[in-house]
Design a binder for this molecule. Structure first.
Ligand SMILES: C[S@@+](CC[C@H](N)C(=O)[O-])C[C@H]1O[C@@H](n2cnc3c(N)ncnc32)[C@H](O)[C@@H]1O
Length: 455
């Protein structure tokens, strides 16, 4: 077998005289295609996955320094309902990362960085599946995002269920993976005599197969735009097949997803598609015996001790599925009940009033939408493990759109205490780009906001 050597970075001179690291060695000099304008201004309170808050909105403008005619690069994209966004975790603060991390969802338990969606990874690259609301000129408008304002975006790719969703694989995935992983883990971990938690590689849970190949047809206005306001959903959009529900997407991604009301149906479907009772009888016994993953304490911190749990072979013809560990869906961190104090309720009303006395929302269409977003964010418990365990009684702040939210957490709940206009307007990171209006119906609000909040 040919062993791939590990070459060091080998810079190559380009025509213009500048030195670029060689692609062949895997060194990529990136240039963001744009910087995200997002309703979340800081990491605190930003959903940990896009599926958590379907109302979270953003706009990405392709930079003219990338393409002279940015709109050309987006041609055809409007036919897709969802897009992958590849981005840089530019606010990670430091470059170091650890092989084992403690995802907030595991509440202090450690697992390997590559089995998580942690922002702290060797290359600080993020991947988000977002809903494409519309394409307008050289800009795309997204919802269901988990990125902060100013995030440098490296690439956009259309979500294509036929390529990106494992149920479309010809071979039943769970059988293939399980055989492979069990074989590999036995060989890898037993042959060298080392003990490793992963020597009993665990995979569990069948995902619901998706029927999410779909197309969008948007009527074009004479001015070449899609004719819809950013905040308004395009009613003329024709979904030819089932559109993936956030939860379904989350399931495919192996990510957490909670709290959005719209998720419950999909959640039920996942449950009903993958229940113990659909297992073959012989298999069921064994699988149930193997049971749930165990969590063991090692040194000072707990780590996941995976236990093999097979994905059931399901009804003939529906056996294609993916697998995720239990903790993705059955985390030790329970969803929280979210409450608003009467004060917060009044604040919210004021903030969404159109009387001009206060700045009003730029990304949310109504107080109701803002409320849903706040509920979604808090229900998923956005606190770090440290805060959750050691600073329980501290107030928690975050900003979404123009709302600065103050809340506290009790046992099983989060309570919103105040909602005030954010004192600082969101600034763009890219000096070349100005914060331009997020759609025609927003420009009026934005102007008013800018007047009230001069930079
Ligand atoms: C857990 S990561 C997941 C991101 C992406 N869906 C993925 O799987 O790669 C999402 C979190 O990253 C943080 N985040 C978002 N944008 C960021 C940025 N530009 N720089 C650093 N951290 C960011 C926020 O705290 C957010 O809750």
């Amino acid at each position: 077998m040919r062993v791939l050597e590990e070459p060091g970075p080998q810079p190559t001179a380009t025509g213009c005289g500048c030195v670029k690291p060689a692609l062949e060695t895997g060194n990529l000099l990136t240039e963001p295609i744009g910087y995200l304008e997002s309703c979340f201004s800081a990491k605190n309170g930003t959903p940990r996955q896009p599926s958590i808050c379907s109302h979270s909105r953003a706009c990405l403008r392709i930079r003219k320094s990338i393409f002279n005619n940015p709109e050309h690069s987006l041609m055809g994209l409007e036919q897709f309902s969802h897009v992958w966004i590849l981005f840089v975790f530019h606010k990670n603060g430091h470059l170091s990362c650890k092989a084992k991390v403690q995802p907030p969802r595991l509440n202090g338990i450690k697992t390997g960085v590559f089995s998580t969606r942690s922002p702290h990874r060797p290359n600080a690259i993020g991947l988000t599946l977002a809903k494409l609301e519309k394409v307008e000129g050289g800009a795309i408008y997204l919802s269901g995002i988990d990125m902060i304002h100013g995030t440098p975006v490296l690439d956009i790719k259309p979500y294509i269920a036929e390529y990106d969703s494992p149920q479309n694989l010809i071979q039943p995935l769970q059988d293939f993976n399980l055989q492979n992983n069990q074989y590999k883990s036995q060989n890898t971990f037993q042959s060298d005599g080392k003990t490793d938690h992963y020597d009993q590689r665990q995979l569990s849970r069948c995902d619901k197969p998706q029927a999410c190949s779909h197309t969008k047809e948007k009527p074009k206005c004479e001015d070449g735009t899609s004719g819809t306001n950013y905040m308004k959903h395009d009613n003329s959009t024709k979904i030819q097949q089932n559109s993936p529900q956030p939860r379904e997407i989350a399931a495919d991604l192996g990510v957490e997803s909670r709290s959005d009301q719209s998720l419950s149906v999909a959640e039920e479907q996942i449950g009903s598609n993958c229940p113990g009772k659909s297992f073959s009888e012989e298999g069921t016994e064994k699988r149930l015996k193997r049971g749930k993953e165990a969590v063991v304490a090692q040194g000072n911190s707990a780590e996941i001790q995976p236990v093999v749990r097979q994905c059931p072979s399901r009804m003939a013809g529906a056996a294609h599925c993916s697998a995720v560990p239990d903790w993705v869906r059955e985390a030790p961190v329970a969803p929280l009940e979210v409450r608003f104090t009467p004060h917060a309720e009044t604040d919210l009303e004021h903030l969404s009033s159109e009387d001009g006395s206060q700045p009003s929302f730029k990304y949310f269409q109504s107080a109701e939408e803002a409320r849903h977003a706040i509920e979604a964010v808090l229900s998923a418990d956005p606190r770090s493990v440290y805060r959750r365990k050691l600073c329980q009684d501290r107030l928690f702040y975050f900003t979404v759109d123009i709302a600065h939210i103050t809340c506290w957490f009790g046992d099983g709940f989060a309570e919103v205490l105040r909602i005030k206009p954010a004192s600082e307007p969101i600034q763009m990171t890219d000096p070349e780009e100005s914060l331009v209006s997020l759609g025609s119906n927003l420009s009026r609000r934005r102007k008013r906001h800018n007047t009230l909040y001069p930079a």
